[in-house]
Write a protein that binds this ligand. Structure first.
Ligand code: DQQ
Length: 534
């Protein structure tokens, strides 16, 4: 059956079958990880949305359960859309989610576990008071743009706060509600934050990050030891943006730090396919974990043929600069590694124009970690002042376009003749008074099937190649290539569907298409074992 399903992932979470979109209500309860997600029980396209449910001891191997939340009340009869879990001070988890009511209005509902002694939390009861928040004439909330409640946080004043995604005309808004008892919610006079001109904010996420180190903190933590992050998923572009800033709990407003806003909108968790993400605080391992939905790049007709559509948890923390978040695959994923392969010393010099095959791993399901050392910058091309859009630059200067210092990196999911490949690579340019590193994921040759979206992605990477090594880790999983540059400063995820480079016909190469040689400082590659997903 695996042979017939060459694109089905081996260690990225998927339901046994059918459509999946947003991750919902991730949490840890009684030592067990819970993941709920938007799911269509009836097919491989979006619709009939319920909260499907799986649990895991390690965030890698999962046991599916019956849907936890499904239409059953007027307040959610037309769908149970995205939402989040909050662990109350008593230890009891509760869920706020968006329901679609009989008039197709978006309203917010509460669900509670039926039996809190069941670690699997298989059954959920809905509050008879639902909906708890709804659009009214007075509050002027647009009933089709009011959704996706965050995890709630508790202030020192004993009021709970929650944010709901919204737009008012073209203004994206994170509307704030407050409550003493989690049942009666009152809208605050002003949104927590809003930005003019970018449309609907789906799936907002608001959480503190420690200013020191990699540990995560509970969502209710405030004060000098943390900064706050606000992430929104922009409906218009299907990209996510975040800013780092400060949260004034007395005024209940969030303001992004100056300099944390790259465009008007902020930075991105991922410069490829990654959407509707959500974090949770893992109190067992004191870390904050990010889940995202890696949407398909294939046509709807192909999705139906595949019978499913759908995401790896990442640890997330504030980088030393205080200006960007760092993401890294959770350590548990390393248990899936097998067949360790390295590169012999004699092959470490990667001359201009060379290609080396890395054999000995299952190239269709692998973890590759490589780093480069550059000693000669002479041939770095000059960065023109107009080259400010990294994605555009990557698509104009794809892997096949020869350069000075780069392109060098990996060819993954490649056919033997390399006609099909996904290229993840770097180019180094000479900037004003520093060297600028561009990281690209070039999908243009990923498949001979022209029905797929083969957009190339890119981002500038904040690494000084004169003093730091340039690292790249790619998690390859049949149709997913999830790449981490500079130890997690830039992430780019691609969804690709090769026709030749499938199963054991997939190959893995290191390449350098620049004129300058670069040194492979280290290379470690592993086959990845299949996770238990059914
Ligand atoms: N998906 C859900 C919505 C959310 C959107 C519906 C984001 O609640 O806004 O399936 O992908």
């Amino acid at each position: 059956a695996d042979q017939d399903q060459p694109y089905r992932t081996g260690y990225h979470f998927q339901p046994p079958r059918n459509w999946i979109n947003d991750p919902n209500g991730p949490m840890v309860y009684k030592g067990l990880y819970h993941l709920f997600y938007q799911y269509n029980p009836k097919g491989a396209v979006w619709g009939n949305i319920v909260w499907a449910h799986s649990t895991s001891k390690d965030l890698v191997n999962w046991t599916p359960h019956d849907p936890a939340i499904y239409p059953s009340q007027p307040s959610d009869i037309n769908g149970c859309w995205s939402g989040s879990a909050t662990i109350l001070p008593t230890g009891k988890p509760v869920i706020l989610y968006t329901g679609i009511n009989p008039q197709n209005k978006q309203v917010q509902n509460l669900a509670m576990p039926k039996n809190i002694s069941d670690p699997y939390l298989k059954e959920w009861t809905k509050s008879p008071k639902n909906p708890l928040m709804q659009p009214t004439v007075q509050n002027q909330i647009n009933a089709s743009s009011f959704r996706d409640p965050t995890t709630a946080w508790l202030g020192p004043d004993k009021y709970w706060r929650v944010v709901i995604g919204n737009k008012l005309n073209r203004e994206g808004r994170a509307i704030l509600y407050k409550s003493k008892d989690f049942l009666n919610w009152v809208q605050a006079k002003t949104p927590l934050h809003s930005v003019e001109g970018n449309g609907m904010w789906e799936c907002p996420d608001f959480f503190p990050v420690s200013i020191n180190g990699q540990n995560g903190v509970d969502t209710s933590v405030i004060g000098q030891s943390v900064k706050h992050v606000l992430k929104v998923s922009l409906d218009d572009t299907k990209h996510e943006y975040y800013t780092i800033g400060s949260y004034d709990i007395a005024k209940d407003v969030y303001s992004p730090d100056k300099g944390s806003v790259e465009s008007d909108l902020g930075l991105r968790y991922d410069y490829g396919k990654f959407y509707a993400s959500k974090t949770f605080f893992d109190s067992v391992k004191n870390r904050r974990i990010l889940w995202g939905w890696i949407n398909e790049s294939s046509s709807q007709a192909d999705d139906i043929k595949k019978g499913w559509a759908g995401a790896i948890p990442r640890k997330i923390w504030l980088g030393k600069s205080g200006k960007q978040l760092i993401q890294w695959p959770i350590v548990e994923i390393e248990k899936q590694r097998a067949n360790h392969v390295t590169i012999p010393k004699t092959k470490k010099l990667l001359k201009g124009g060379s290609v080396i095959e890395i054999s000995g791993v299952t190239a269709e399901q692998a973890d590759v970690d490589i780093s480069f050392k550059i000693s000669d910058f002479e041939k770095a091309e000059e960065l023109k002042p107009s080259w400010t859009n990294p994605q555009l630059l990557c698509s104009q200067k794809g892997a096949s376009v020869k350069g000075g210092l780069g392109p060098f990196g990996l060819l993954v999911l490649a056919s033997k003749d390399r006609k099909e490949n996904t290229a993840v690579f770097f180019r180094i340019f000479k900037g004003q008074n520093k060297y600028v590193v561009l990281m690209c994921s070039d999908q243009s040759r990923s498949s001979l099937n022209e029905d797929n979206d083969k957009t190339t992605y890119g981002a500038f990477l904040d690494v000084d190649p004169r003093h730091e090594k340039l690292s790249l880790r790619s998690l390859i999983d049949h149709s997913i290539v999830e790449s981490f540059g500079g130890g997690g400063k830039v992430c780019i995820t691609a969804r690709v569907y090769p026709t030749l480079a499938i199963n054991s016909n997939a190959h893995l190469y290191v390449f350098n298409n620049g004129s300058e040689a670069v040194q492979i400082e280290k290379l470690n590659a592993w086959s990845m074992k299949k996770a238990k997903l059914t």
